[in-house]
Ligand binder design. Structure first.
Ligand code: NAD
Ligand code: WQD
Length: 348
């Protein structure tokens, strides 16, 4: 019988791509999202892309901190597992508004875990982040590296990881997989779903995309004096569809007997500089991206990329898409949807 998966934050960037892969993989999928940083149009498009599987998707506009609403949902549907994406993710904003981040990310997660436990649903996949590696002294980052938090956002990821480990220690019925994403970019190859951040993008590729469609004048390159091949920061960019597939692999892993609370990196294992990403995007789009150079962004690491061995070995998952594929699909999405899912923020 088809498994039923609850996806929190399923209207968001990574969530929407994962929901599509779940539906295509034969899962029944229930999305809860408060639409704080997303649009219900994304859910509608996922339903269309999933064609005959679209009927297996339902959406509930719910804030995770609304315990009675979550409880009602768990009373009416038996979930086999939960994939938990919902959270706020802007690093700079988290420094300005730490209580907002602690309230939303921590209380949202604790409420979810309490309701799951109360209803006997003890299988969880959680969106952690490479941010927990801070400023790694060596690369590639392996899962056993010491963990640090560079800002309140990162601290919410670290705290939630620790909460997950404590829960498992207290009750070995839990099966929990913590996935540490590196830098998700790109969009579904159809160009119908993609990343649509509110306001000024914090991350490199959404900014590049908005320059390409004429919404911003130039990309500011943060730091040209790093000890890297061209002086700009190096990251492990991963296609969002590869990342989505990593969640399906994690769900299959949760079916094994002895899981406990395990952590996996989801990256490609390859480092790419800012200037290399810009060049790849220019050639995919045929658009020139004007650059302005500035000093380093406070808090940024020099070089971060993943060791992918553990995920390859234990999840039987490996990223397939190249940097050129990521840029091609990002441009396909951007050129078809220059203002994202709607035009109401076309002045931002
Ligand atoms: P996103 O903002 O597009 O998606 C998050 C979704 O959660 C949004 O749709 C938002 O409306 C929803 N949400 C937030 N708070 C909620 C709440 N209290 N109740 C219900 N819904 C709520 O972000 P994303 O890029 O898809 O990221 C998904 C997850 O992955 C996040 O937890 C993020 O921290 C993590 N992550 C993202 C990246 C990245 O670079 N995109 C990297 C590492 C980890
Ligand atoms: C990539 C590179 C920048 C924007 C962040 C979070 C991390 C994780 C992923 C959630 C860096 C440079 C960027 C710009 C630039 N998110 N850059 N101009 O910093 O690796 O990670 O997103 O968990 O927690 O910190 O990603 O895309 O912001 O930056 O030059 O306008 O691009 O300096 O070298 P980052 P990013």
């Amino acid at each position: 019988m088809a498994k039923t998966i609850l996806v929190t934050g399923g209207a968001g960037y990574i969530g929407s791509h994962t929901v599509l892969q779940l539906l295509l993989g034969g899962f029944k999928t229930v999305v809860v999202d408060n639409l704080d940083n997303s649009s219900e149009v994304a859910v509608d498009r996922v339903r269309e892309l999933a064609r005959e599987f679209g009927k297996n998707l339902s959406f509930h506009k719910v804030d995770l901190r609304d315990k009675p609403a979550l409880d009602k949902l768990f009373s009416s549907i038996t979930f086999d597992a939960v994939i938990h994406f919902a959270g706020l993710k802007a690093v700079g904003e988290s420094v300005q508004k730490p209580l907002l981040y602690y309230n939303n990310n921590l209380i949202g997660t604790i409420t979810l875990l309490e309701v799951m436990a109360a209803h006997g649903c003890k299988k969880l996949v959680f969106s952690s982040s490479a941010t927990v590696y801070g400023w790694p002294k060596v690369v590639p980052c392996t899962e056993d590296f010491p963990l640090v938090a560079a800002n309140p956002y990162g601290r919410t990821k670290l705290f939630i990881e620790e909460i997950a480990r404590d829960i498992y220690r207290s009750d070995s019925d839990w099966k929990i997989i913590l996935l540490r994403y590196f830098n998700p970019v790109g969009a579904h190859p159809s160009g119908h779903i993609g990343e649509d951040p509110r306001g000024i993008p914090n991350n490199l590729m959404p900014f590049v995309q908005q320059v390409a469609v004429g919404r911003r004048q130039a990309l500011t390159v943060f730091g040209t004096d790093y000890n890297t091949k061209d002086g700009t920061g190096v990251r492990d960019y991963i296609h969002v569809v590869d990342l989505a597939d990593g969640h399906i692999a994690a769900l299959h892993k949760l079916d094994e007997d002895k899981i406990g609370c395990e952590v996996y990196n989801l990256g490609t294992g390859k480092g790419t500089s800012v200037l290399e990403m810009v060049a790849a995007f220019e050639s995919a789009s045929g658009k020139k991206i004007p650059l302005v150079t500035s000093g380093r962004r406070p808090g940024d690491a020099e070089v971060v990329y993943a060791s992918t061995e553990k995920a390859e070995r234990e999840l039987n998952w490996k990223a397939q898409y190249s940097i050129d594929d990521m840029c091609r699909d990002q441009w396909n999405w951007a050129s078809k949807n220059p203002f994202g899912y709607d035009t109401s923020d076309s002045t931002t």
